[in-house]
Ligand binder design. Structure first.
Ligand code: HEC
Ligand code: HEC
Length: 184
């Protein structure tokens, strides 16, 4: 499956001189705005620089996650930027699911204030430049990201997020993921 994906990507890259890359291979997994698949993040509305940085880290093996390492491997620096721009143009996801539990939102809001999440992720947690949109991200993916930053299993482009997550407890991570996933 990995080989087939990599070949599909090469075709997409070579056939994409002017119009920008064909991102259908990407949206097959990630969705055109929101991901419908556990473990796969929604990419709609992510800042271009963040996407480019993460693709760079996947290519260089600094962030390890199948299948992204093999997909990024053949990309040139120009490709990384072209994919970043194309992904950033996808519409941001809108949460659809069970409603937020007020007590968990209150606990999450306390942690958001204490750790100053908005100072980097933006007042609406919509991201900017190298900082990702986190609102309306999949709950399971938010929890995984925070837990793996905490243990440094996931390296950040810079260490800021590892430092923040290092101070979060498991129950804070669960409440943050619940509340931020449901943030409009
Ligand atoms: C076979 C499914 C699959 C395909 C195809 C795929 N991805 Fe991914 N992608 C994933 C998974 C799974 C992750 C999460 C890895 C992790 O757990 O850290 C991911 C993560 C990412 C991330 C990091 C997002 C974040 O919020 O940190 C970016 C950026 C990304 N993919 C871009 C792309 C692009 C661009 C393409 C097309 C060239 C693509 N992906 C194709 C499965 C896929
Ligand atoms: C000092 C700035 C800063 C602060 C404060 C901060 N973040 Fe981040 N955050 C970042 C940066 C930069 C990244 C991207 C790091 C990387 O390259 O992986 C990030 C990444 C993330 C991700 C991964 C998203 C994805 O799509 O993979 C999550 C989730 C996250 N932050 C949640 C939070 C939460 C929740 C808080 C508050 C408890 C917080 N952040 C506070 C800068 C910050």
């Amino acid at each position: 499956m990995r080989v087939a994906l990599a070949l599909g990507l090469l075709v997409a890259l070579t056939g994409a001189a002017d119009a920008g890359p064909d991102i259908s291979v990407c949206t097959d997994c990630h969705g055109a705005s929101a991901s419908a698949t556990e473990g796969i993040p929604s990419l709609g509305g992510m800042p271009a620089i963040y996407v480019t940085n993460q693709l760079f880290m996947f290519r260089e093996g600094q962030r390890k996650a199948d299948p992204m390492n093999s997909l990024a491997e053949p990309m040139t620096d120009e490709d990384l930027q072209a994919y970043g721009a194309a992904i950033a143009a996808l519409p941001p996801p809108v949460y659809q699911g069970t409603p937020a539990e007020p007590e968990r939102v209150a606990r999450a809001d306390a942690a958001i204030g204490k750790h100053r999440c908005v100072s980097c992720h933006g007042a609406d947690l919509g991201g900017d430049k190298g900082v990702p949109r986190i609102k309306a991200q999949r709950e399971d993916y938010l929890a995984k990201a925070l837990a793996t930053y905490k243990t440094s299993e996931r390296a950040g482009f810079d260490p800021q997020m590892n430092e923040v997550a290092g101070e979060l407890s498991a129950s804070e991570i669960a409440d943050l993921a619940h509340a931020i996933a449901r943030r409009p």
